[in-house]
Ligand binder design. Structure first.
Ligand SMILES: Nc1nc2c(ncn2[C@@H]2O[C@H](COP(=O)(O)OP(=O)(O)OP(=O)(O)O)[C@@H](O)[C@H]2O)c(=O)[nH]1
Length: 371
């Protein structure tokens, strides 16, 4: 170690949390925040889409959440923006023990790692790359995006999430496949199975448990680094190499409630390329007390009713991400799902409203599912 650098224990480990869309990064992050055992965690969220749903999901759990806002960190021309956020989080007032950067599901994690290694902030130390993998979607994701193997190869820890959605034989097969892909990088990332991102926070938060983190960081191959640099040099043209170049996103906001039946019709017939939907829905008279947090990944769909806060504006905010989708048409279809503003028979009768919610309630998680 350079004798002029500050003592190691003053440096805050920065962990990159990556994984394909919907693999469970936010779920894992929220699990860590709830089980932080006194550790102070700073969070940087690099979300995709104009509405910062992930930032909203995690905010309130921790005092030092900073969202990078719209756009993709991996495409920042230089690392100065990241450095600004890191500077805020490493200031003496924050007194953080660890910083987690949740990379957008479409970001290239190598880029973030490279930026962290290149950062001249003396208060941080790269703490490793955690790659979250959706066990149920692994084969399909890999087929569509073979570059996932490259991400696994540079990961320190692979969390094979959603193991509840695969049988034990299938789980063993996927664990082997993930480990084999990870080994291609020359190292062997730890692979652990998890449901709902429930990993032991000590795997990440105690630097003493990760003595090799700096070594591992250097195991990024020259090819990875060159590719990252070439992308940077090529500017917009280089951008096309990135995973998210082929994706479109739609941000939808409505200040009038959504009609449950029409929205369910929209969701039940959503196009295959619409890979991810997240956000929350106001069903108005269908349920005046709750907003419905919506998560769709591939064919999977779930609503999670959560009480509106007293001053919270009643509205719907959704982000849709997919490839080969028609953003404008989808936006219009969603707009057509809005409740008619003119009061009519079906907006005044409670029984009718309750019935119209049945389609939605099919997708509400039963108590205990998440336990
Ligand atoms: N069945 C099951 N569902 C899970 C598990 N972990 C997460 N989920 C669900 O998967 C959906 C996506 O999880 P998120 O944590 O939002 O995924 P993400 O990787 O942050 O998604 P992006 O922000 O789109 O990249 C949510 O509905 C979660 O509740 C799990 O272990 N099993």
């Amino acid at each position: 170690m350079n004798p002029s650098s500050p003592p190691r224990k003053q440096q805050i480990p920065v962990i990159v949390l990556a994984g394909f869309l919907g693999s469970g990064k936010t779920t894992l992050l929220n699990h860590l925040l709830r089980n932080r055992a006194g550790n102070r965690i700073g969070v940087i969220v690099n979300d995709f889409g104009a509405i910062e749903i992930d930032a909203m999901t995690v905010s309130g759990q921790v005092g030092s959440t900073v969202s990078l806002g719209n756009g993709c960190l991996c495409c920042a021309v230089d690392a100065s923006e990241l450095d600004t956020f890191l500077e805020t989080l490493t200031g003496p007032a924050a007194r953080l023990d660890v910083i987690v950067i949740e990379a957008s599901g479409l970001a290239e994690p190598q880029e973030l790692v490279r930026m962290l290694l290149a950062s001249d902030n003396p208060h941080i130390v790269y703490g490793g790359l955690v790659e979250v993998v959706d066990a149920a979607e692994f084969d399909a994701t890999r087929e569509r995006h073979p570059e996932i193997d490259r991400h696994l190869a540079v990961a320190d820890l692979v969390v094979l999430n959603k193991t509840d959605r695969v049988g034990s034989e299938e789980r063993a097969r996927i664990l082997d496949a993930v480990a084999a892909a990870g080994a291609l990088g020359g190292g062997a990332p730890a692979v652990i199975g998890a449901t709902y991102g429930r990993v032991d926070p000590e795997l990440l938060f105690d630097p003493a448990l990760r003595p090799d983190s700096e070594e591992k960081a250097r195991q990024l191959t020259f090819e990875d680094l060159l590719l990252a640099e070439r992308d940077e040099e090529e500017g917009d043209a280089g951008h096309a190499h990135h995973l998210h170049a082929a994706y479109d996103s739609v941000s939808f906001t409505a200040d009038v409630p959504m009609n449950p039946r029409r929205l369910m019709e929209f969701l039940d017939s959503r196009p295959q390329g619409l890979y991810r939907i997240k956000g929350f829905v106001d069903f108005g008279m269908g349920d005046r007390a709750n907003k419905y947090v919506l998560h769709a990944v591939g064919r999977f769909l779930r609503f999670d009713p959560q009480p509106w806060k007293r001053d919270e504006p009643r509205r719907t905010q959704l982000v849709l991400i997919g490839s080969g989708i028609a953003p404008q048409a989808l936006h219009k279809e969603l707009a057509d799902c809005r409740e008619n503003t003119a009061p009519g028979p079906d907006t005044t009768q409670d029984a009718a409203h309750e019935r119209s919610m049945w389609g939605v309630l099919r997708y509400v998680q039963r108590p205990g599912d998440d336990a």
